[in-house]
Design a protein around this ligand. Structure first.
Ligand SMILES: C[S@@+](CC[C@H](N)C(=O)[O-])C[C@H]1O[C@@H](n2cnc3c(N)ncnc32)[C@H](O)[C@@H]1O
Length: 484
């Protein structure tokens, strides 16, 4: 949503007024869209869209916003205002806390203007691009098996949960549009991308105004885990995890204050976007839970297919054998492959070196690097499209904004990329839908999700290509030092 439109700006003002009446510490101020004198709602293209801006210089640790417990939306707060809901839930105890919260949210939406949360609901996004909202075309556009599998799993999980909750929703007499899978996905997206952790409910809470902060990834101040040579033992990983949890302190529910409190995690200049760390996520996880990606994600992990004995020979978990965003194999991946490349009769005597992250020998490292480089090359060659093709596709999708008539764009794009995706061509699918406004909005949403899928696979391939270069350079430097 771009708040430049008057209607949207008006809606936001009403939301802030409503929030103030509900005890959220906001006040009308110098800015027409102000949250007190410190923060304002602003639009940040390419960085989350609508978000929160600093209206004055902010210092790391400053309290930014306080949302009292009674303004938070939780399963409990929705049940406590409605006996019908509370009674209807009793025979459905098998539903998970998130399913129950989803039903309660849809039930509250069903009340329309009579819900005390109506002004808050009005400002929620109309759709989400989380993996569970993906169709077959976007799913296949991910191209990489484990990403396709993650999308398929998210979709089938959502379908299963929706079917399970359908009886309860019918008993609650929700209006037909709110009983649909589309409505369920919307509510799932709202909960997945906007809830914050609270200690008393696994499903979390919706936090009016507090959910306007966009995301910044927690970064590694210490590069320890990036550098396989400097990272000598497993404890380093535990240290790193501890480090992470200590840094995720920019927002939390505080019992003493009976409020959700948000703090500045760094210093901000006037006009800068104030960001929160929702957690440590790879791009696939961001896509799954929040429906967006970060071009520069320090927590990115890219997986390539490994031989079964690379996993079985070492005690590392599968998830720890990955490639970092900068193209370097993870500490665990190096350890596992060094062990794998050691002749079996030597594994017992010198295998401990592999576990400590040390090089076993130059020949061993050369073998490992050659194996990874060859695998990366094969992975890239097996992809249906090349990096350059994906880049031009993203560029073309971005150009859509420049067209007054999106159907013209669809025609042109269809001509350029027709055939590339065979009979599953997303553009063909989009072109055949009815040419009315609703179809146009749906097509745009489909294209947004498709773009995310193409961006994801492009980032995947970029990291694999970086890894190929890293391994090739390492092989060269290993052979140069052997000669000298
Ligand atoms: C808690 S909401 C943040 C406020 C949201 N922008 C809004 O307009 O309501 C989280 C959603 O914002 C978007 N978002 C947050 N951080 C982002 C980022 N760094 N880049 C792109 N989108 C982001 C994603 O759509 C995500 O699901």
């Amino acid at each position: 949503m771009n708040p430049s439109s008057e209607a949207e700006e008006g809606g936001l003002k009403r939301l802030l007024k409503w929030a103030a009446e509900h005890g959220v510490e906001v006040s009308e101020s110098c800015s027409s869209l102000g949250l007190g004198h410190s923060l304002g709602v602003s639009y940040f293209p390419g960085a989350g869209g609508r978000g929160v801006a600093a209206l004055r210089p902010l210092t790391k640790g400053d309290l930014l916003l306080k949302v009292p417990k009674y303004a938070l939306i939780t399963t409990h707060s929705l049940i406590s205002i409605c006996e019908t809901l509370s009674l209807a839930l009793k025979p459905h105890l098998f539903l998970s806390p998130t399913q129950v919260f989803t039903v309660c949210l849809l039930y509250e939406i069903n009340k329309g203007k009579s819900s005390p949360w109506h002004p808050y609901f009005l400002h929620l996004p109309r759709s989400y691009s989380i993996l569970a909202a993906f169709g077959e075309l976007e799913t296949q556009a991910l191209q990489v098996d484990y990403a396709i599998w993650a999308a398929q799993k998210a979709i089938s999980k959502a379908k299963y949960e929706w079917k399970q909750a359908s009886t309860l929703m019918k008993e609650l007499k929700l209006k037909p549009p709110l009983l649909t899978f589309r409505a369920w996905i919307w509510a799932t997206g709202t909960i997945s991308s906007r809830t914050l952790h609270v200690p008393w409910d696994e499903a979390g809470c919706l936090c009016p105004v507090g959910d306007l902060f966009n995301y910044a990834a927690p970064t590694e101040e210490s590069d320890c885990f990036e550098d396989v040579d400097n990272c000598k033992n497993e404890y380093a990983k535990d240290d790193l995890d501890m480090h992470h949890s200590q840094r995720l302190t920019d927002g939390g529910y505080e019992e003493d204050a009976a409020a959700y409190c948000f703090y500045a995690k760094k210093n901000y200049n006037v006009g800068e976007q104030v960001l929160l760390s929702y957690g440590t996520y790879t791009n696939l996880e961001l896509l799954e839970h929040y429906g967006f990606l970060l071009e520069d994600n320090p927590n990115e992990k890219v997986f390539i297919p490994l031989e079964p004995d690379m996993h079985s020979l070492s005690c590392w978990l599968k998830d720890s054998l990955y490639i970092h965003q900068n193209g370097r194999p993870s500490f665990a991946m190096m350890c596992a492959l060094r062990l794998w490349a050691t002749p079996s009769y030597q594994r017992k005597s010198i295998g401990h070196l592999a576990y400590t992250g040390c090089q076993i020998s130059k020949d061993n490292d050369t073998l490992v690097m050659k194996w990874i480089a060859k695998k990366c090359d094969a992975v890239l060659k097996e992809m249906p499209t090349a990096i350059e093709e994906d880049k031009s596709l993203v560029h073309l999708i971005d150009k859509m904004e420049e067209y007054e008539n999106p159907w013209e764009w669809l025609k042109e794009a269809g001509a350029i990329f027709a055939g590339e995706f065979g009979s599953n061509n997303i553009l063909k699918a989009a072109l055949v839908v009815e040419r009315d406004e609703t179809a146009l909005v749906r097509t745009k949403m489909l294209i947004d999700r498709w773009k995310l899928a193409v961006q994801w696979r492009l980032m995947y391939k970029t990291v694999v290509a970086r890894c190929f270069s890293y391994c090739t350079e390492t092989i060269n430097s290993l052979s140069a030092t052997s000669i000298s």
